[in-house]
Unconditional design. Sequence first.
Length: 322
Amino acid sequence: MSTATPARHWAAIGESTSVAGIWTLWAVYRLFGRAPMRLVLYPVVAWYWATRRAARHASLDYLRRIELAHGALGHAPGWRDTLRHFFSFAETLLDKLLAVSGRAGLSGVRSEGRGEIAAALARGDGALVVTAHVGCLEMCQALADHGQRWRLTVLVHTRHAQRFNAVLRRLNPRQRIELLQVTEVDAATATTLQQRIAAGGVVAIVGDRVPVRQSKTVSLSFLGREAEFPVGAYVLAALFKCPLYFMGCVREPGRGHVQVFELLAARVELPRGDREQAMRYYAARYVAALERLLRRAPLEWFNFFDFWAQPANGAPHRNDRQ
């Protein structure tokens, strides 16, 4: 009897976005505009789609699940829909580039639920935001009120964070997004994040991928099947005693971009005697908010790997290279 090969940890798949590629896209945009930039990017995405069988299957699996759970596509998805999914990712890459450079057209972007966090930041209060690999996080920074520049720190697991920070600074020296590379949040990292929130900043953590290193996760129903979700954001929010928000910015079909904020908890409490259940409660609120957003923009979720096969509790994989 054969033994199934465990799914690779998402971090072992590798980074496909290069700094050289970003500068190439930027040069094309500066010279010719967005439409020619698509002509450069789309063949690359089509090649990636054609050559990455696992990514295509992961896309189709996700699209089938969201259609079955919510009827978000309005039809049974097929391979053409996976190509549309990949092209949606390409459009988001362009949005990210333009948002960071300060050249995104923001007049048509709608905001929902933003007033509360904007008021808190205006008072000098910081916040922790849990987001996902959905839509364009950078658009949220670009939409900050005039005169109220958000200091946004985004925790990432890529080893290329310093290189991308340099790209961000060259594209827009005034931007206040910083990518902070972590494989695990140790005491020193937690102290740094707490200082930034205490100074009125926003720390954003993605909540839809299990940690690279061993860490606590909880199993929750997501699009009709159990999946593992990390709980680090809720532990940090309890430690920092700050509000916890869900945030995303997506393109709704036919309606353009919408920026969504949802308060998950004014204060996160993790009672010692019921810590597990409390973490599950906050994670479930996050998953529910994520599903609501994906119903509105089903092609805007960008996890092109077997999401439902992520290891429980951050257990290391033999294929994990980090």
